[in-house]
Design a binder for this molecule. Structure first.
Ligand code: ADP
Ligand code: TRP
Length: 334
C-alpha cells in the first residue's frame, strides 16, 4: 500500500506565493508517488472568517487554484473538508483527550487571541485538534506544510500517540511535516516583517494570479533599507527578505550579481526590485491565465468536488468504523 499524504489550505482568500512554495509545490510532486488527500479546510476558516460571504467566495476559487496549478483529480483526492463529516466526529473524539493547558500554549492560538481579542472562540483553541483529525482520518504519515505549521504537526503526533496509548498501540501512524528539500519553507512578505500571509494585508502579499501592474507596484514599493552602511555589512531583515524572494524565481547568476553588489556596498535596490518584478512576472503569468480559465469551468469543478468527496469519505469511513469500535461504540443492537 502506498503511504498516505494529507494537507489542506484554508479558503480565507486567494492563494499566494507563500502557499505555493511552502505547501503547494510539494503537493504537485507528491501526487505522483503517494496516496494523496488534498483538501480545502473550510471548517478551519470559521475560526477566523465566520461570515458566509467570505466562505462562499473563496472555496470555489481555491479549488480552481488547486486544479489550475497542477493537482490532478485522477492522481490524488481533492475535496472539501466539510464534505467529510467524519472529520467532525474524529475531532470530537480527539477533543476528549486534548488538554486545555497544552492547547493554550500553542503559538498560533496565542497569536490569534492577540489579533482577534473579541473572538477568542473555542474553535481557535482546538484548531490543532481539528487539524489532527484531518490528518489521522486518512492515517497519513506525510504532511506537506510550511514552517509555520510545525507546531501543529507536533500536536497531531501527540494526539495520535495518546490515542494509541489509551486504546490500541499501533492504530494511528505518526504524521510528519514534509518538504522535499528537508528544510520547511518560510516565504517572507513584502513589508519587511515575517511570513507572507493572506491576513497580513494586500501590500504584503503576492497572489498567484496577481495582475502585472499591481505585481510591479507591490515589488517596487517593498520595504528595503537605506543601503549597506559599509562594504561587507550584513543584510538587514527587509533586504534579506528581498533576496529570499529572489531565490524563488531568479537565476543563481542574478542573485549572485546583487549579492556581490551588496557586499561591495554599491547595490541599487531599485535595480534589484526591477529584476525581481520581471522574473516574478515570468513566473506568475502562466498561472494567472490558467487560474482564470479554470475558474470559468464551473461544471468541471463541480465534478471534481463530487468525485473527491466520495473518495475522501470512503477512506474516512473505513478509519471511523475502526475508531468507533476501538473506543467502545460498537453497537450491540445492530
Ligand atoms: P495563510 O497563512 O496565508 O492564511 P494558510 O494558513 O491557509 O495561509 O496556509 C496554507 C499552507 O501554506 C500551509 O501549509 C502553510 O504552512 C503554507 N504557508 C502559508 N504562508 C506561508 C509562507 N509565507 N511561507 C511558507 N509557507 C506558507
Ligand atoms: N492549518 C493549516 C494552515 O493554516 C491548514 C490545515 C488544516 C492543514 N488542516 C490541515 C494542513 C491538515 C495540513 C494538514 O495552513
Amino acid at each position: 500500500m502506498r503511504e498516505k499524504v494529507v494537507s489542506g489550505i484554508r479558503p480565507t482568500g486567494k492563494l499566494h506565493l507563500g502557499n505555493y512554495f511552502g505547501a503547494f509545490k510539494n503537493f504537485i510532486k507528491l501526487q505522483d508517488q503517494f496516496d494523496c488527500y488534498f483538501f480545502i479546510a473550510d471548517y478551519h476558516s470559521l475560526t477566523t472568517h465566520p461570515t458566509p460571504g467570505d466562505l462562499k467566495g473563496s472555496v470555489k476559487r481555491v479549488l480552481a487554484e488547486y486544479i489550475a496549478l497542477g493537482l490532478d483529480p485522477e492522481k490524488c483526492t481533492v475535496y472539501f473538508q466539510s464534505d467529510v463529516p467524519e472529520t467532525a466526529e474524529l475531532y470530537l473524539f480527539l477533543n476528549m483527550n486534548a488538554y486545555m493547558g497544552e492547547l493554550e500554549r500553542v503559538t498560533s492560538f496565542k497569536e490569534k487571541a492577540r489579533t482577534q481579542p473579541d473572538n477568542i472562540n473555542a474553535g481557535l483553541l482546538t484548531y490543532p485538534v481539528l487539524m489532527a483529525a484531518d490528518i489521522l482520518l486518512h492515517k497519513a504519515i506525510k504532511v506537506p506544510v510550511g514552517k509555520d505549521q510545525e507546531q501543529h504537526l507536533e500536536m497531531a503526533r501527540t494526539f495520535a500517540n495518546r490515542f494509541n496509548r489509551l486504546y490500541n498501540n499501533e492504530f494511528f501512524p505518526e504524521p510528519q511535516a514534509f518538504n522535499f528539500n528537508t528544510q520547511l519553507v518560510k516565504v517572507p512578505g513584502l513589508t519587511g516583517g515575517g511570513k507572507m500571509s493572506k491576513s497580513a494585508g494586500e501590500s504584503d502579499t503576492i497572489f498567484l494570479d496577481e495582475p502585472a501592474t499591481s505585481l510591479n507596484k507591490k515589488i517596487m514599493r517593498a520595504v528595503s533599507d537605506s543601503g549597506p552602511t559599509e562594504p561587507g555589512a550584513d543584510k538587514s531583515q527587509a533586504v534579506q527578505n528581498l533576496f529570499d524572494l529572489m531565490s524563488l524565481v531568479c537565476t543563481p547568476e542574478t542573485i549572485g550579481f546583487f549579492d556581490t553588489e551588496h557586499k561591495n556596498g554599491s547595490i541599487r535596490y531599485g535595480d534589484l526590485k526591477k529584476q525581481l518584478a520581471a522574473d516574478m512576472e515570468t513566473f506568475i503569468a502562466p498561472m494567472r491565465d490558467k487560474i482564470e480559465s479554470t475558474l470559468a469551468n464551473e461544471k468541471m469543478l463541480q465534478e471534481i468536488a463530487h468525485l473527491g468527496a466520495a473518495k475522501a469519505r470512503k477512506s474516512a469511513q473505513e478509519t471511523m468504523a475502526q475508531v468507533r469500535e476501538i473506543i467502545g461504540f460498537s453497537k450491540f443492537y445492530m
